[in-house]
Design a protein around this ligand. Sequence first.
Ligand code: NAD
Length: 483
Amino acid sequence: MQLLAIDNFINNEHVPPIHDSYFDTFEPARGAPHAKIPNSSKDDVERAYEAAAAAFPGWSKTSRAERASILYRIADLIDARREEFAQAESKDQGKPVELARIVDIPRAASNFRFFAGKILHSLEEAGDLPGVGFSYTQRMPIGVAGLISPWNLPLYLLTWKIAPCIACGNTAVCKPSEFTSLTAYLLCSVLKEAGLPAGVVNMVFGTGMGAGQAIVEHPGIPLISFTGGTVTGSKISVTSAPLFKKLSLELGGKNANIVFADCDLNLAVSTSLKSSFSNQGEICLCGSRIFVERPLYESFLKGLIEGAKALKIGDPTKKDTNMGALVSKEHWDKVVGYIELGVQEGGKIEYGGRKPSSLEGDFKNGYFLEPTIISGLTPACRTMREEIFGPVVTIYAFDTEDEAVRLANDSEYGLSCSVWTENGRRARRVAGAIQAGTVWVNTWMARDLRMPFGGMKKSGVGREGGEHSLEFYSELKTICLAD
Ligand code: NAD
């Protein structure tokens, strides 16, 4: 079978990698190669950097209105090609196409629309100091940014970086995950069609150790926005520190989902099914540690198991499929390894744990895994402490509010948390005590792009979103005019 071959995108042109090296990427639902991806090297990164550096002086001087109008056009073009993007995202990543249709792709378009509006309407500071002078700030673009993204929400997370980066007048060298390059590739044609000048956004495809590392090491790239695993984030910090790069790190999580006995049980169960198993549990914000107040434990667990049984797993192109395939064989092995570890650590599999038996045809070779619920573990177990990043949750009963907060905070991560209660005072108390960048009360995954987003502890460094993205993607200068 002829595989789709993609190329790098540099200076608004599709160019093959300099050393003509490619690797296959797999379709997770069928476990078979479906595209050839450039295995870009340091030389390709250099070429992309040169294009981005050459484009910077012109782009950084464009008006905010000009930049915003291009961003709005990009958003409209993504919307117009939503189905094509959704199909590509699903084929490449394994997720249900319906999820890509309603979450990934529209949210990618709204990233551009939001930052177009944000840059148009944001105002810098100014202050009068009578008898001394008048000060004001000027927001300056920084230069060429390195934007490195993961495979779980490929287009959504890449555009979360590209949109504010170019809205602020920077240019970029982007590297999507080697597992999911297709929608980034489709985006290139959208950028060009929207009128983005050559060199403003360059896309270099390849591995983390190859192209990714070369971007981080490049002395001409002063800022890096990275979303991915905590171990990679740590390596990037070490490489960047002597170069004094501006870094934004959005890293892993092991998020708590705290369910109090006074919650709306139906809503807590139906939303917890989503926070546990959406996108096969491959969302950094998934609530993989479920803590339930003891009086509600049995009925919550029963509801969760019934809900998990009803989820349809298989052909990601079917509209009613709830769960697709995990992104790769390696990742499937890792997640299954954690389920085995959970059993060794004394856990009981309440539901799931295996490859579904209902798969037919080519899908039998896909990386599918049942939604899995494990009980009986203690919070010290590795299964309850390490990020699994798959459709696996642990469930544990607690007795008091203090204990729930202690359990939730007993983690080296601090990305997000959901709290389920109908008691408003408790909601405020618990939300205030939780060590996580985002706390949802009676909901999950609701996003307001004006709000800061990021993690505490090993879940990240810095915040993006709204004003915080402008802070990251620009330098603020204070200018003082004497009276
Ligand atoms: P990863 O760290 O393996 O890879 C992320 C990206 O970094 C990829 O593009 C990869 O090629 C690149 N990379 C790898 N090594 C590199 C290096 N040495 N230098 C430069 N780039 C390098 O992560 P992943 O497996 O793609 O994604 C899953 C992880 O991402 C999970 O831990 C998940 O929690 C996290 N994540 C976090 C958020 C967030 O907002 N906090 C969002 C999504 C995913």
